[in-house]
Design a protein around this ligand. Structure first.
Ligand code: HEC
Ligand code: HEC
Length: 216
């Protein structure tokens, strides 16, 4: 046993509850759940949980635990459908879901772009993101998803820095009904009111929000 591991195990014995939870969550993230069908998350969501943009795998690091655990339950109940995550979510136990969600929420997230926030709402995509289009009853995305699309509390996930292809897929999933897990149908109306071009443009806008920040 390495000194680090020994310290970790010692820590668990002393701190018990929350710490044990975090260690269990990290194990699920890196090695998968007890059921082999619950594959390790890092293979697709990246070693740091920040997603793999080229493959369209979303970032989970720093998302609220309540949101993550809700999504995993939604795949189990069928209100969110997706061929990869559905069997995986069903293979996790309740305890594993809580542990891995808590662990992911504790990982550092990319900060929302400062540049993005400074951007003046001159082009139609920025306007859509900030103010929406009330003639079609579309509120601005940031009114729920927070400044810069950085996310708010347990219920409004971040959009900033997610792969554009992932964001497009989610908006289309609400349009075709394969995702219907939004509380009070907050998203389905928004998604249905947008055109294909607007969805693509807004998705690229939020996907860029973080990469602008990390560039010097
Ligand atoms: C084989 C690849 C793969 C593995 C392994 C994987 N995921 Fe995923 N995950 C995906 C894909 C693809 C999506 C996007 C699903 C969609 O389009 O709705 C996703 C989406 C998610 C989401 C929804 C994120 C959001 O913003 O709503 C959560 C939560 C999630 N995964 C958790 C996990 C956890 C926890 C594990 C490990 C136990 C895991 N995933 C393992 C491919 C994977
Ligand atoms: C009235 C509030 C509200 C507004 C306005 C709103 N959203 Fe959402 N959005 C939500 C909620 C709530 C969820 C989480 C649903 C869930 O629990 O699965 C969500 C989830 C999403 C997701 C899925 C994220 C993920 O990680 O899977 C995308 C993509 C999204 N919204 C895009 C947008 C875009 C683009 C706009 C602006 C055109 C927008 N939203 C405006 C409330 C809103």
């Amino acid at each position: 046993m390495t000194p680090f591991r020994r310290a970790l195990v010692g820590g668990v014995l002393v701190l018990a509850g929350p710490m044990a939870h975090a260690v269990e969550g990290q194990k699920i993230f890196t090695q998968g759940g007890a059921n082999p069908a619950a594959m390790a998350c890092l293979g697709c969501h990246g070693p740091d949980g920040k997603g793999i943009a080229a493959a369209g795998f979303p970032r989970l690091a720093g998302l609220p635990a309540g949101y993550l655990s809700k999504q995993l339950h939604d795949w189990r109940s069928g209100s969110r459908k997706q061929p990869v995550m559905e069997p995986l979510a069903k293979a996790l136990t309740e305890d594993e879901i809580e542990a891995v969600s808590a662990y992911l929420a504790s990982l550092p997230a990319d900060p929302a772009s400062k540049l993005w926030r400074q951007q003046i709402a001159v082009d139609p995509t920025t306007r859509m993101a900030l103010y929406g289009d009330w003639s079609r009853q579309i509120p601005g995305c940031v009114q729920c998803h927070g400044p810069g699309g950085g996310g708010v509390g347990e219920h409004f996930p971040p959009l900033a820095g997610q792969p554009a292809s992932y964001l497009v897929a989610q908006l289309n999933a609400w349009r075709d009904g394969s995702r219907s897990n939004d509380p009070n149908q907050l998203m389905v109306g928004v998604a249905k009111a947008m055109t294909d071009e607007e969805i693509k443009a807004v998705a690229e806008f939020f996907a860029r929000a973080v990469s602008q920040e990390v560039k010097p």
